[in-house]
Design a protein around this ligand. Structure first.
Ligand SMILES: [Zn+2]
Length: 187
């Protein structure tokens, strides 16, 4: 059900490089991807954390969330919530890949020779990581109670997602997880 003064956006995330969204260790010893019902997923909680950090970096005011016992009240805290003070007014669903794991895997076999990255762990062991190929599209829904938010704050919130988030998942320092994020008003 749609709440009063609630906006619904569709969020689209397209991978620009191979990407690893950690889904646990496989019995083969491979670092597996997050998969549900045959499709890759990016959890909403992961996107929310990235989006909050992105907004903090452009909101033009300092965030003191977690420092001392008082409420911060900055824009990112008003939108994403502050434990013990304010609830989050934004909800982000998990983002789900357009194509199934099987469709993507068959694409990998014909177009890309290898979909696995190799690295050395801190302890000197080899670690194999599964990755989602570049060009994979994920979609999800964002619901936000915009009632008390000035238009400029909504603009900043959108800009944080579409202009500031450049990577998601692990291995960003090695070039994994580069993404483009876009938002479209649904309702
Ligand atoms: Zn804050």
């Amino acid at each position: 059900m749609k709440l009063q003064e609630e906006k619904i956006w569709e969020i689209t995330i397209e991978t620009k490089t191979q990407t690893h969204i950690h889904g646990g260790l496989r019995s083969s010893g491979m670092q597996g991807l997050m998969i549900r019902d045959g499709r890759f997923i990016i959890p909403g909680s992961l996107i929310k954390g990235k989006w909050r950090d992105a907004l903090r970096s452009i909101q033009g005011e300092k965030c003191v969330n977690g420092a001392g016992n008082s409420s911060c009240g900055c824009l990112s805290c008003r939108i994403f919530g502050e434990s013990g003070f304010a609830p989050s007014i934004i909800r982000i669903s998990d983002c789900i890949s357009n194509d199934t794991v099987d469709e993507i895997a068959s694409g990998i076999r014909t177009h890309v020779a290898i979909d696995r990255h190799l690295r050395i762990s801190k302890h000197g062991a080899l670690v194999f990581i599964e990755t989602i190929p570049e060009g994979t599209i994920f979609k999800g829904k964002v619901r936000i109670a915009t009632g008390k938010l000035p238009a400029m704050d909504i603009t900043k919130l959108k800009a944080a997602a579409t202009g500031v988030i450049k990577s998601i998942g692990s291995g960003a320092s090695r070039g994994l997880g580069r993404v483009d994020v876009s938002l479209e008003v649904v309702d």
